[in-house]
Design a protein around this ligand. Structure first.
Ligand code: ZN
Length: 82
């Protein structure tokens, strides 16, 4: 069972952060709680294609926290082979 899922249904749509339409489907956890108002998928995927997955969101959060804690430099970046 997935921890997060898209919550479809009437009255559940939010404003898409990208196109501004009220066609945004949020990811929610098992207690039906939104992760963030940016985490979800635009139902107008034909022309908008906005899709922010929970794992991407949490990856972004942890990398943001890492850069805040370690503001001097990122040693992983310096060791890039190219
Ligand atoms: Zn959109």
């Amino acid at each position: 069972m997935k921890k997060y899922h898209l919550r479809y249904g009437r009255g559940n749509y939010g404003i898409c952060p990208q196109c501004g339409r009220r066609s945004f489907v949020f990811y929610v956890d098992r207690s039906n709680k939104k992760i963030n108002r940016y985490v979800g998928r635009c139902n107008y995927s034909n022309d908008c294609r906005y899709h922010y997955r929970p794992r991407d969101y949490f990856a972004d959060c942890s990398s943001r926290m890492a850069t805040q804690e370690n503001t001097v430099e990122n040693p992983d970046m310096d060791n890039m082979p190219f």
